[in-house]
Structures are given as C-alpha cells and as structure tokens.
Design a protein around this ligand. Structure first.
Ligand SMILES: Nc1ncnc2c1ncn2[C@@H]1O[C@H](COP(=O)(O)OP(=O)(O)OP(=O)(O)O)[C@@H](O)[C@H]1O
Ligand SMILES: [Mg+2]
Length: 271
C-alpha cells in the first residue's frame, strides 16, 4: 500500500439496488425490467453483446437517462429523479466508453475531477483568500495520491496528449476517482488497449477497490478481465437481464452461451 493513499470514500458504500428499470428509445426497448444489486465494496460486472443495454444502464445510474419505470437506490437515496450532478455528489462517479482525454496535463484533468468537492467559491479562489489557497493545496495532495494509486504519478505534469492510449484512458479512471466516489462506474476501461495496458489497468482497478473500499460496476467485453475482477456478474441481452451469478456460474449458463454464440460472440474473448 502506498504511503499517501487517498482516503476511503466519504461514506461507506451502500448497496446499489437497480429494480425493474425499463428504458425505451422510440420503438426500441433498450432496458426491459432490469434488476440487480451491487453489494457494498464488490466488483459487479455488467456484460452482454453489443447493443445489449450496458451503457444505457450506466446512463440511468448516472442520471443521464431517465427510465420509463423502475428505481435505482443507493442506500436511502432514490437516484432516478436526480440530476447527474446530484448523483455525483452522492458518490457515484463514472467513465465513458468512448471518451479519451486530450487536453491539459494529467494534474489539470485530475483537478477537474475535484470540482464537485470544492467548497471555496469562485470569488474566494480568484482572490486567493487563505481558505481557498488551503483548499487548493488539499485538492492537489489528494489528486497526487490518486495519480500514484493509478500509476500516473510520473506523468503528473505531462500533457495528456503525449501519453500512451492506455495511460490516457487511465486518466479518465483517475479523474472519476478524484470525486472520492463510493460507487465507480467503468464503461469498457480497457477497450482498445494492448495486453500489457489491459493487465496494468486490471491491477489498478483491483488496487482501487482494495485500498479505497468502494463498489465498482464494470462494463467490459474482455471476459478474461471480467472473470478475474468480478465478484458477481449480470448478463444483459437485448435489454433483458438473462443471468446473474459468480463468474463461474454465468460462464456455464446455457442462456449466456446462446446470447454470445448466437450473436456477436466472434468479437468477445469469451472462453
Ligand atoms: N440515445 C439513443 N437513442 C436511440 N437508441 C439508443 C440510444 N442509446 C442507445 N440506443 C440503442 O439502445 C440499445 C442499447 O445500446 P447501449 O449503448 O446501451 O448498448 P451497449 O450494451 O452499451 O453496447 P456496446 O457493447 O456496443 O457498447 C442499442 O440498440 C442502441 O442502438
Ligand atoms: Mg456500451
């Protein structure tokens, strides 16, 4: 464990309970009565073929998409009627499937992730009042610790445009962590990475979970990674949750095999 590890989440993670969530886009049912529970402090994988509804599910969890019915509860809070910034303030942070940072240094990007935690107002910061200066120093220490935990410390002052693709994707993960979330939503964190970068990111996710004690919801097509990291897996297919269980349980489930082998199985490394 590193000497300057970030603090554990502001609040101990509560269970994230998704119940009967349905999302429709015009005639298409992207999520159809989906239910699952992310146990506190666990890694819960959400898998399924392309178009199964995984990112839509993340959009519901983070408040970008409102379901036609169903609920999402984090402890006592019902999330489905809250704006994204309110959900973030409750400790739910996410990364996006296709976004890779290109502007600013690693430090700049991580400091952006602290924005929601800033208490000093704009005027206090602009006037460099002592309170604002102190707060800025604390934020910088926190983001340095997160950079260490995510293997980005040696690139702290490097423009992200100069980093490898794997490191840039890890900046996204680190930025989400800067919110000090109790639930971290990772949408395909290793997509497009080579084998070494994948292994490094898998290590980082495992470390983050152990050292910070947060819950992770992981969407990933890399089945090796899912099987290694996940405590529980929910399988989506055409918007329906067709299986739940441990990685070993879902791997042998005939419905899951049918969904993959009968659909886009060719692009998965499912084995
Ligand atoms: N904003 C939208 N408007 C209309 N249809 C949408 C919208 N977002 C998603 N969809 C459709 O909803 C379905 C689920 O999409 P989603 O992106 O959630 O799948 P996914 O499981 O994340 O797939 P992938 O593995 O390719 O990322 C797809 O058929 C998709 O085309
Ligand atoms: Mg997706």
């Amino acid at each position: 464990m590193n000497a300057r590890a970030p603090r554990p989440p502001r609040t101990a993670p509560a269970a994230l309970e998704v119940r009967d969530v349905t999302v429709r886009f015009a005639g298409l049912t992207a999520l159809d009565d989906v239910s699952f529970t992310v146990a506190p402090g666990s890694v819960h994988a959400l898998i399924g073929p392309n178009g199964a509804g995984k990112s839509t599910c993340f959009n519901v969890l983070s408040g970008l998409c409102r379901p036609v019915h169903g609920t999402v509860r984090l402890g006592d809070a019902e999330l489905t009627r809250l704006a994204p910034h309110r959900i973030a303030a409750l400790g739910v942070a996410r990364t996006f499937q296709n976004i890779v940072t290109t502007e600013g240094t690693v430090a700049d990007n991580l400091m952006l992730g602290r924005h929601a935690l800033s208490r000093a107002g704009f005027a206090a910061s602009a006037l460099r009042l002592p309170r604002a200066v102190r707060e800025q120093r604390e934020h910088l220490a926190a983001v340095r610790a997160i950079a260490e935990l995510t293997g980005l410390a040696r690139h702290f002052d490097t423009p992200v445009a100069l980093l490898s693709y794997g490191d840039r994707k890890r900046v996204e993960l680190a930025r989400a962590l800067c919110l000090e979330p109790s639930v971290l939503l990772l949408d395909e964190p290793v997509a497009g990475m080579n084998a070494a970068e994948r292994a490094r990111t898998a290590e980082v996710v495992a470390d983050v979970r152990t050292e910070l004690g947060l819950s992770v919801v992981l969407v990933e097509h890399d089945m090796g990674l899912v099987m290694r990291l996940a405590d529980e897996v929910t399988v989506l297919d055409f918007g329906r949750a067709i299986a739940h269980g441990t990685p070993d349980e879902v791997r042998g489930d005939p419905e899951v095999l049918r969904a993959y082998l009968g659909g886009d199985a060719g692009q998965e490394d499912a084995a």
